[in-house]
Design a protein around this ligand. Structure first.
Ligand code: SF4
Length: 250
């Protein structure tokens, strides 16, 4: 039987990423639909978004791998055993694993450091949140890409998980990097298993004919795939920038 996915490492660059302003405000402590930022905060957000868009260089390294064994909280693939608590319960039966390392580069964090040095504290803090929102939007973008590749093959894609979040041990970064190294996009791991540049996210998702997809409502809400037969909710906004229009705050 033909393999549905190529298992080679792919490097994605110059991604047309749209930063979700709600993500940025979330990093500023605003709760969506509860807190309404005032005009001064919105003006600062606009300034930081404009600055951030010029400084980010969204890129990702991605790879599909066949799952060779699925155990209670373990996934074996590519000669590596990943230990992710309750993953079998959360994802259900899966056949393919999608791994990715994403980054926006280090220019933005250098500019944030300069702004702190110059005591431009509100802009420094907002720009740092723009960086955090941008890399979250990028992880969402990559998750959507995986879904868009698998859905036409009749393989639903699970939600994403990252080492260090929830109950997944950050030390599992080394196992994730063993199957999907960050070097091609300049992302490294330090001794504590944290990534540099700081605004980077590593992630895993999975696909399978009977994989659990209860999370699709939030995933579909920002996905730009038109006429997707699996879509559960209309696209509310997109993390994919339209080529014809300049980036805008929605
Ligand atoms: S619309 Fe939803 S189901 Fe379809 S590809 Fe996008 S995220 Fe996946």
């Amino acid at each position: 039987m033909a393999q549905p996915f190529s298992t080679r490492l792919r490097v994605l660059t110059a991604l047309p990423l749209e930063i979700d302003p709600d993500e940025v405000l979330r990093f500023q402590g605003y709760k969506k639909a509860v807190d309404r930022p005032g005009p001064e905060v919105l003006a600062l957000l606009d300034e930081a978004l404009a600055l951030g868009r010029a400084l980010i260089a969204p890129r990702a390294v991605v790879r599909w791998l066949g799952v060779s064994r699925l155990g209670a909280g373990t996934i074996e693939t590519g000669g590596v055993v990943l230990t992710i608590p309750s993953v079998d319960r959360l994802w259900g039966p899966i056949e393919w694993l999608a791994a990715a390392v994403c980054t926006i580069g280090d220019e933005l964090e250098r500019r944030v450091a300069e702004l702190w040095e110059a005591r431009e504290l509100p802009l420094a803090a907002m720009l740092d949140s723009v960086g955090s929102g941008a890399v979250e939007s990028l992880a969402e973008y990559v998750n959507d890409l995986f879904c868009q590749e698998a859905i036409p093959l009749g393989l639903p894609v699970t939600n994403r998980v990252s080492p260090g979040y929830g109950s997944w041990d950050v030390r599992q970064q080394t196992a994730l990097f063993a199957i999907c190294p960050g070097d091609p996009i300049g992302v490294g791991l330090n001794e504590a298993c944290f990534m540099t540049p700081v605004k980077s996210i590593s992630l895993l998702a999975a696909a399978g004919a009977r994989a659990k997809v209860d999370h699709y409502f939030s995933q579909c809400a920002r996905c730009w795939m038109r006429d997707c037969a699996y879509r559960r909710t209309p696209a509310r906004k997109s993390v994919h920038r339209k080529p014809s229009s300049p980036p805008s705050r929605e």
